[in-house]
Design a protein around this ligand. Sequence first.
Ligand code: UFG
Length: 327
Amino acid sequence: MKVLVTGGAGYIGSVVTSQLVKAGDSVVVLDNLYQGHRAAVHPEAHFIEGDLADKGLLDRLMAQHQPEAIMHFASHTLVGESVEKPFLYLGDNVQNGLNLLQAAVDHGVQRFILSSTANLFDDPESMPISEKERIVPGSPYGESKFILERLLYWMDRIYGLRYAALRYFNACGAASPDLGEDHDPETHLIPLVLQVALGQREKIVIFGDDYGTSDGTCIRDYIHVLDLAQAHILALRALAQGSRTYNLGNGRGFSVKEVVETARQVTGHPIPAEIGPRRPGDPDILIAGSESIKRDLGWRPQYPDLVEIIDSAWQWHQKHPLGYSDK
Ligand code: UFG
């Protein structure tokens, strides 16, 4: 299939691009390189540097490449930043998504996969969190993804655009020692912990130990980026049978302290940690209920083991201590 991947130079988008290429699909990547890295894009993908705000570019790109499907990763993605700069999220994320949907409809694209988020569940009534859980976006970031989910609902009803909204819990791990996570600034727990092990940071600050969990630190569902990629590919193939929304995680949670301890085991480094204040907007526990995608598509995470997840990230960080900029 010919697939347009927006944000295909970013962390998850680049991994999905490489898995699509390996599966024999033809991939066009559109990325403005704001957070993405040219070196992360699979060499067999066609790369276009450009921005979703540029409607003329989108129109030309669609006319020239005629993708059959779109996977939309390009986005501002930081919960904390979205509270400080809501217009980047409720403005740019939404407007760029609209531009892409308009181009998709204008050019007859019939399949669309959206990167969505567990930040839709700020106040869950049940754990693990299934797709039936009520939506309470935890931030302008989560709200922007929810708006895009709703736009897709209407695009399906009006134009028959089949979509999958894939709500990631905590994406992590590296696809290979040469394809991993590289954000600037880095804000995610696992890469930050591994930067301590590399000697690039003195310590990890744990954001609060007074949550309602067994050790007082937040519990999250860490899902390997290759398992996320597999879910995208399965969803893409299934879209002909109708639109769908899935929560993606392992169904098992680890506390921040457990993640730090596991990283100590994997790296053999003491990784000093200290307790700091809570980070605004962090819910106590987020664990995915992913029964729907398992039942519908036979998705089975291949890397549920936290040791294996952190080890894959550690191999990437050791080989590329400066991320892609060392290339
Ligand atoms: N944490 C620390 N110290 C740090 C960094 C993180 O204690 O230096 C904690 C956080 O408070 C949180 C956990 O580690 O409890 C995981 O934090 P991350 O920043 O790695 O990930 P988040 O859970 O905040 O965010 C991720 C994605 C978001 C998505 C969200 C959905 O990055 O895009 O999951 O829940 F919206």
